[in-house]
Write a protein that binds this ligand. Structure first.
Ligand SMILES: [Zn+2]
Length: 126
């Protein structure tokens, strides 16, 4: 397995910072769109039920996307924090080093591939 060098860490850190910025922007856009749609509804007369339920599911989809973005932002920030305290690149479950290729593809990874697979398996069965 290849070792993670300072150069790798620097590149991953830049990547994480960029991702955090992007997520913040997405969340910001989603929030202002939501504020806008609340305003629109206030001006309109009550809608028929059919429209309302479509709006609700749109809102739910947007909400789910926001939750995902927020979760990823949390992961990205946690990864940056782990870089600060030197534990970056260690699997949170087994403590072994996460493969460099995995970190490069997914810099906010908290688990090695083996533990991630197990974790997702457990989630699916829960
Ligand atoms: Zn592991």
């Amino acid at each position: 397995m290849s070792t993670i060098t300072k150069t790798h860490l620097q590149a991953l850190k830049t990547h994480l910072h960029q991702r955090a910025q992007q997520l913040l922007q997405e969340l910001d856009t989603a929030r202002s769109e939501q504020a806008q749609s609340v305003h629109d509804t206030e001006d309109l007369p009550p809608e028929p039920d059919a429209n309302q339920s479509r709006d609700t599911s749109d809102r739910e989809v947007r909400h789910a996307e926001q939750m995902r973005d927020q979760q990823e932002l949390k992961d990205v920030r946690a990864a940056l924090q782990r870089m600060e305290d030197g534990s970056y690149g260690e699997c949170m479950d087994c403590g072994k080093g996460i493969a460099l290729a995995r970190l490069q593809a997914f810099p906010s990874a908290k688990r090695c591939i083996a533990c991630q697979t197990l974790h997702e398996d457990k989630k699916r069965r829960a």
